[in-house]
Design a protein around this ligand. Structure first.
Ligand code: GLN
Length: 551
């Protein structure tokens, strides 16, 4: 029998349900089980592609080109679950599919209703992942908070699954909050209410993951267990961790979460091997050097806008046994104040991430200019690479007003422009160049050194490209084109020649980085930042030595 774990959240949003689900996935994998992860988003958008990163955080792209919720990024960093379009379900998709079937006459004669038609479709979507050959456990994370109107059909589908497939095959894990009130008192009441709400829907949680600022005391666990009908050992303290989120699987394992889930699901499996996570946490905790890496973008105010980039930078830190401190810099503010040097001079490395629209672009161009002139390691991702090309065209090729037609449709020098096939596209959903495709790298370049191979596959999400009209001129003036599509039609990466490390890529390498296996470009970028840091530290020490010898 295939097994399912339904993960829900209570009390309020942003409790880290994605990381909790992903951590459980990684624990089950560490016991030799084949795990699949599914995210349900109860919004009506068909996918996350049309949503602003301000509203919903980063859009995570799968190999097959689905634009999904950022929790799929958490799954890909914590587990080996293959992720594709099938692993991300939204209300919009479910309704679209049911309405399509209705139009095709598949429900002929019947009234199409939320129950059973929408709930049946939800179950089919979940099981199309879970019933695949070789899969042992599928973890289904239901987005939103229990009690939201929007998530009711999904919870009803989960209730039906428990009832139809059986409680020994489908269990419920509920993430809840134990807030601290009036000084340092932890309160269980919101959790009691949240479980009550679950029970009203017809689901009795099997496991509670209780988010709290510090480890829960035994008597509190007992109290929660008795009020909620959850077994004492299944009330897990999901307390804040002091160092890194990658410690969370270890915190859960200490409380035997994997054992509890396996026993509830009647799964016989090996002991957990968590050496990978132990290594990651140990490296993080023992690192003595901290690098300051600037991320200069326009979606700075929301912490999750560049989630995969932030994590990939931390992974680069782990690979180099250093800590990375992220310095988020608003490019629009940089543009307004003009204080570019002041903001950037003390950084060890600068990354310009992806983005859309013209706001803040000049601040990014000024950033690339500063990094190039001051020889600061620079990493440009997607938009960040296009910025490198625009800066080069303006300042080295002296093409005044060089720009992307995205920001300046009538520029006399469109060094970045729309792909031919994008010109007549007027629909916004899923119409970009999306998903994994191959690039060919040029030897003796930073990027080739990072990957150590000529052919690579990475994910794309963009409409604009370096214009081939300017390609020869860009190269002649010294901009290194270090990667192209295999047919050499499109530019995939560029570099500054006489520079410690500067790479711009049209794709998104951040999506394939893992804590114990940093994506090679992030590893090398952080390494270059470390070299700058070390050189500057040495330089700063010299006067002290000189003074000492003088004295
Ligand atoms: N806006 C740019 C484009 O569409 C860059 C996209 C991105 O950074 N993901 O090409």
């Amino acid at each position: 029998m295939k097994k399912y774990v339904i993960v829900t959240g209570g009390v309020c949003s942003s409790l880290g349900k994605g990381i909790a689900a992903a951590s459980l996935g990684s624990l089950l994998e560490s016991r030799g089980l084949a795990v699949r992860m599914v995210k349900i988003d109860p919004y009506i958008n068909v996918d996350a592609g049309t949503m602003s990163p301000y509203q919903h955080g980063e859009v995570f792209v799968t190999d097959d080109g689905a634009e999904t919720d950022l929790d799929l990024g958490n799954y890909s960093r914590f587990t080996d679950s293959p992720l594709s379009r099938a692993n991300s379900i939204t209300t919009g998709q479910v309704y679209q599919e049911v309405i399509q079937r209705e139009r095709e006459g598949r429900y002929l004669g019947r009234t199409v209703q939320v129950i059973p038609h929408i709930t049946d479709r939800i179950k089919q979507r979940i099981m199309s992942v879970g019933e695949q050959e070789g899969v042992d456990v599928t973890i289904v994370e239901v987005g939103g908070t229990v009690g939201d109107i929007e998530s009711i059909p999904f919870l009803e589908a989960a209730r039906q699954m428990i009832h139809e497939i059986g409680h020994e095959h489908v269990i419920s894990v509920h993430l809840t909050l134990i807030p601290e009130v009036g000084g340092n008192e932890l309160k269980t009441k919101p959790t009691q209410h949240s479980v009550k709400e679950m029970r009203e829907i017809g689901i009795q949680p099997d496991v509670l993951l209780c988010r709290c600022p510090r480890p829960m005391e035994e008597d509190m666990r007992r109290k929660i267990a008795s009020f909620t009908n959850v077994a004492y050992e299944a009330v897990v303290s999901a307390h804040d961790v002091e160092s890194t989120i990658y410690q969370i699987p270890l915190v859960y394992h200490e409380q035997k979460l994997d054992e509890i889930v396996c026993s509830r699901l009647d799964l016989q499996c090996a002991d957990a091997d968590l050496s990978n996570w132990e290594h990651v946490v140990h490296t993080f905790k023992t690192a003595t050097t901290t690098l300051r890496i600037g991320v200069v973008g326009k979606y700075i105010d929301l912490a999750d806008s560049y989630k995969s980039i932030d994590e990939a930078l931390y992974h680069g830190g782990i690979a180099n046994a250093v800590r990375v401190e992220l310095v988020k810099i608003d490019s629009e503010r940089l543009e307004r104040t003009g204080k570019v040097g002041e903001a950037l001079e003390d950084l060890d490395g600068i990354l310009v991430p992806g983005g859309f629209g013209s706001r803040g672009i000049e601040g990014m161009v000024a950033t690339a200019h500063y990094a190039r002139e001051h020889r600061i390691p620079y990493f440009g991702i997607c938009l960040g690479m296009q910025i490198m090309v625009i800066e080069w065209a303006r300042n080295v090729m002296k093409l005044a007003d060089a720009d992307s037609t995205e920001f300046s449709p009538d520029t006399p020098n469109p060094v970045v422009s729309l792909l031919e096939e994008q010109i007549d596209v007027h629909n916004y959903g899923g119409t970009m160049r999306l998903g994994a495709s191959e690039s060919r790298l040029v030897e003796h370049t930073f990027i080739y050194r990072a990957y150590g191979t000529e052919r690579i596959t990475e994910r794309h999400r963009h409409r604009y490209e370096v214009s081939n009209r300017y390609r020869a001129e860009l190269k002649e003036s010294g901009l290194r084109v270090s990667g192209t599509t295999p047919d050499q039609e499109l530019v995939e990466s560029v570099e500054w020649d006489d520079h410690p490390w500067a790479v711009g890529v049209q794709f998104h390498p951040e999506f394939s980085s893992r804590p114990s296996k940093a994506q090679p470009l992030f590893r090398d970028f952080v390494h270059a930042a470390l070299e700058r840091h070390t050189a500057r530290a040495k330089r700063d020490r010299v006067p002290e030595v000189a003074t000492a010898s003088e004295g």
